[in-house]
Ligand binder design. Structure first.
Ligand SMILES: Nc1ncnc2c1ncn2[C@@H]1O[C@H](COP(=O)(O)OP(=O)(O)OP(=O)(O)O)[C@@H](O)[C@H]1O
Ligand SMILES: [Mg+2]
Length: 298
């Protein structure tokens, strides 16, 4: 399967270069650190994996070197959505002396996939030697990557909490469903208890229009402002669309099959905004991430 990087990518690149002039530090930040973004949710099935893959591909189109770390050991995960079958996973890095570079799979546009397998199921169970092995191997990726996006499973496990605590950006995906909102709020409470920095980026998925996304965001934000010391940053919304369902069926991310659709444009604009980094919440990039993980385990 071949994908063409068309005019749209060129336009986006221009857009980003223009925007960059206003953000002198962005370039430095990107080139010196591998930015670690963790995508999470309260309730499962709200669209994290779809969002993660398409966002990652949007970053790739902009010319960034990107990997997705598949930390979701459920079913509808990244390999299924991209129609790839990983031979090895982080389990092989931890237990079978595999090199991290040998387990990485190639996706479209140069996207790299790091299959987690159940290797990340509970990092608290790793002994210190295994943890060092894992973090040393992951630290090798610093030189190859600009961005790592971690797609977590739903809900709260020790691993998810540690990833959230250690990453540069936390993106919480919610939908207008009442249960997604209450579970999303429950997740915010956990984040509030554990995380030092206080910005959580919110994406509202499966909305009819912008108004609905704002209403949903405002509900969450109101509760958060009242009871938590977090700042919520509304970074965008994604339409409810058959395109998503079809792309899952066809195993081709919509940003590739329908690059000009409204939904793909939304993802592209979220990618551009994240690069321009309106609300910087750096935690030290991949190096900081791995140092944090290690210190949380000691
Ligand atoms: N914007 C959307 N429009 C329509 N359907 C959507 C949209 N986003 C997600 N879906 C549907 O929801 C399903 C679940 O999405 P996805 O697997 O990305 O969720 P998830 O949060 O990663 O789930 P899990 O918690 O199980 O990992 C998709 O297969 C698709 O059918
Ligand atoms: Mg998922």
């Amino acid at each position: 399967m071949k994908f063409k990087v068309g005019d749209q990518a060129e336009k986006l690149r221009k857009l980003i270069l223009n925007k960059r002039k206003n953000y002198e530090n962005t370039q430095k930040y990107i080139s010196n650190n591998t930015r670690v973004i963790t995508v999470t949710s309260g309730k499962g099935g709200v669209g994290k994996t779809n969002f993660t893959i398409n966002l990652a591909l949007s970053f790739c189109k902009l010319g960034y070197k990107v990997a997705v770390l598949d930390a979701d050991i459920g079913f509808a995960n990244i390999d299924v959505m991209l129609d790839i079958m990983p031979k090895y996973t982080l389990i092989d890095v931890i237990y079978n002396n595999k090199d991290i570079l040998d387990i990485i799979e190639d996706g479209p546009y140069g996207l790299k996939i790091i299959p987690g397998g159940s290797g990340l199921d509970d990092i608290m169970k790793l002994d210190i030697r295994q943890l060092n092995l894992l973090t040393n191997q992951l630290s090798k990726l610093e030189q190859y990557l600009d961005i790592i996006i971690i797609d977590t499973g739903a809900g709260v496990s020790n691993t998810v909490i540690n990833f959230i605590r250690s990453s540069d950006d936390i993106i919480l995906v919610i939908t207008p469903e009442p249960t997604s909102l209450t579970d999303g709020y429950a997740m915010l409470k956990v984040i509030n208890n554990y995380v030092k920095k206080n910005i959580v980026k919110i994406v509202v998925n499966r909305v009819k229009n912008q108004r609905e996304s704002i209403e949903v965001f405002n509900k969450l934000n109101k509760a958060s402002q009242k009871f938590l010391s977090l700042e919520l940053d509304n970074i965008g919304y994604i339409y409810e669309s058959k395109i998503v369902i079809n792309s899952v069926k066809k195993q081709i991310p919509f940003i590739l099959s329908e690059p000009k659709s409204n939904i793909s444009r939304k993802i592209d604009s979220i990618a551009v905004d994240l690069i321009n980094n309106k609300k910087v919440s750096t935690n030290g990039g991949l190096k900081g991430f791995l140092d944090n993980i290690k210190s949380l385990m000691n």
